[in-house]
Design a protein around this ligand. Structure first.
Ligand SMILES: CCCC(=O)OP(=O)(O)O
Length: 298
């Protein structure tokens, strides 16, 4: 797949999913749900301030008859109710509405009602690139400073998503600020170990190389210019960033500087979780719903 249009052409033939939205009283969230419903991808259980949800829905001419509303008093209650719907099997997908990322993730990780599976949870973003392909970015939202084991799990979650979008053996660039191993830079040490583990078949299903800087991970020209010989350089499908600061800034640079279309979900839980920035457009939220629908096949 090269675009979100191509993703839609695939997702439209999947059975519609039920999505539980934690704090749905937001215009962009409801716009995205409206479009995803009209295009046959989901029906929703909208959790949040009922009066506000109905008011916003009416202002965007959204018909609520095919959706359910659960009235809640505050964000915590909305997150808990929405997460419970998924853990009880009443919804296939969870979506972050107008709540902070940390608020919903705390409930997702709750030992009693949460959605843990034993796997590391991680954020996977997918964006349209100028390189004629969809590219994945991980982790922009969940793992603050993952260690080596964490990075392996983060890669595996991204590989699952890559497969669903038609990339069978994704090329993973382990990003750093430089392309050589520097003992003072932990990201480059982790990159070297991950590359060797991949070469020896200890991590399967992907071709992993690094450290690579962002320029030579993406651009064949940049890689050639810097004389980098690598099975990944210039052709990366997955960008693994060293920590959440790098990931979140790159995610927002893609949106606000490059102005590329993007989608984001959390993988590794009982269901995919649609997780965009609160400030992301309804289009980004719609694309993320599509991505979650696709990823729920994993
Ligand atoms: C994937 C980005 C998550 C994020 O940064 O969310 P907020 O902007 O809502 O904090």
């Amino acid at each position: 797949m090269r675009t979100f249009e191509e993703m839609y052409n695939y997702v439209k033939d999947l059975p519609p999913k039920t999505i539980a939205v934690a704090q749905a009283a937001d215009e962009d969230v409801l716009e995205a749900i409206k479009e995803a419903h009209e295009r046959g991808i989901v029906k929703a259980i909208l959790v949040g301030d009922k009066e506000k949800i109905e008011r916003i829905a009416s202002s965007i001419s959204m018909d609520l008859k095919d959706h359910e509303i659960i009235d809640t008093k505050n964000n915590l209650e909305a997150c808990r109710e929405a997460v419970k719907l998924v853990s009880e099997g009443k919804a296939d997908i969870l979506m972050k509405g107008l709540v902070q990322t940390a608020e919903i993730l705390r409930v997702v990780l709750d030992k009693e009602i949460g959605l843990r599976t034993g796997r590391t949870l991680s954020h996977v973003a997918v964006f349209e690139s100028p390189y004629n392909r969809l590219i994945l970015l991980t982790d922009a939202a969940m793992n603050i400073a993952p260690d080596l084991k964490g990075k392996i799990d983060i890669i595996l979650n991204a590989v699952d998503v890559a497969r669903q979008i038609g990339i069978d053996a994704p090329r993973v660039a382990v990003l750093g600020a430089v392309e050589t191993v520097n003992p003072d830079m932990q990201a480059t040490l982790d990159a070297a170990i991950l590359s060797k583990m991949s070469e020896r078949g200890q991590i399967k299903g992907a071709i992993i190389d690094g450290p690579l800087a962002l320029d030579n991970a993406l651009s064949v020209e940049a890689a050639r210019h810097k004389g980098i010989i690598s099975p990944v350089a210039g052709n990366a499908d997955i960008l693994l960033v060293p920590d959440i600061e790098a990931g979140n800034m790159l995610y927002k640079a893609i949106t606000y500087i490059a102005q590329r279309r993007i989608a984001g979900i959390i993988m590794g839980a009982k269901s995919p979780i649609v997780l965009t920035s609160r400030a992301d457009s309804s289009e980004a939220k719609f694309n993320s719903i599509m991505l979650a629908s696709l990823a729920s096949n994993v």
